[in-house]
Design a protein around this ligand. Structure first.
Ligand code: E4P
Length: 218
């Protein structure tokens, strides 16, 4: 399963990229607003693309097909690894088809149902992003959606990649893997939580204390 980092924070991106732990990045307008200040987001997008060797999702903000296609072309021109993110609306699906036909990879975002995921695949999406955490937030079962999309895509041989999004905690990542998601986009905090286990800390403490008793060096 590919791991993407869900952030526009360059320090966090470099930290994870330096450890060779990520396969790409996803951003959205809210994540960019958190870090941009007065900077032009396009500058930030270029820096992100240069920091990571893998797909970087950059989102359009237009609402109609033609504006999305025009914005998508500009975003795709920023870097060869750019993936254009469009919302799962009627116009977003039309823009997806137009961009994919022109050779631009597309991530269809804000997916909350199997029927939406079906249309994203029919529109030729490279990735579809089901928002697991936001479904859980309204008392739904986000992981069930990943499971069902996997089943539908496998039943009919769709090659759109499932990109589990809106990940809130480590078990969302683990369950995404168990459900057969192709990718999972993870906030930096959750990425580092994945490495933590109290028994690892306790075991290390005991090893070091026993070694200290030897008074030896390696
Ligand atoms: C997906 O690409 C989105 O950027 C993201 O996962 C949304 O997550 P949130 O629900 O935590 O905002």
């Amino acid at each position: 399963m590919k791991i993407f980092l869900d952030t526009a924070d360059l320090d966090e991106i470099r930290r994870a990229a330096d450890a060779n732990l990520i396969d790409g990045i996803t951003t959205n307008p809210s994540l960019v607003a958190k870090v941009a200040g007065k900077r032009d987001p396009k500058e930030i997008y270029l820096e992100i693309c240069e920091a990571v060797d893998g797909p970087v999702s950059l989102e359009v903000v237009g609402l109609d097909r033609d504006t999305m296609v025009s914005e998508g072309k500009k975003l795709a021109a920023i870097h060869e690894n750019a993936v254009v993110k469009v919302p799962l609306t009627e116009d977003g699906l039309k823009a997806c088809r137009a961009l994919v036909s022109a050779g631009t990879p597309v991530n269809v975002t804000l997916c909350f149902s199997v029927s939406q995921a079906l249309l994203a695949a029919k529109a030729g999406a490279t990735f579809v992003s089901p928002f697991v955490g936001r479904i859980d937030d309204v008392s739904g079962e986000g992981m069930q959606l990943i499971h069902q999309i996997r089943q539908v895509y496998d039943n009919y041989g769709f090659d759109t990649q499932i990109l589990a999004a809106s990940i809130r905690h480590p078990m969302h990542v683990v369950e995404s893997m168990l459900m057969g998601s192709d990718c999972c986009t993870i906030p930096p905090k959750v990425l580092w939580q994945l490495s933590k286990h109290p028994l690892t800390d306790r075991g290390l403490e005991a090893f070091l204390s026993d070694w200290e008793g030897l008074g030896a060096k390696i």
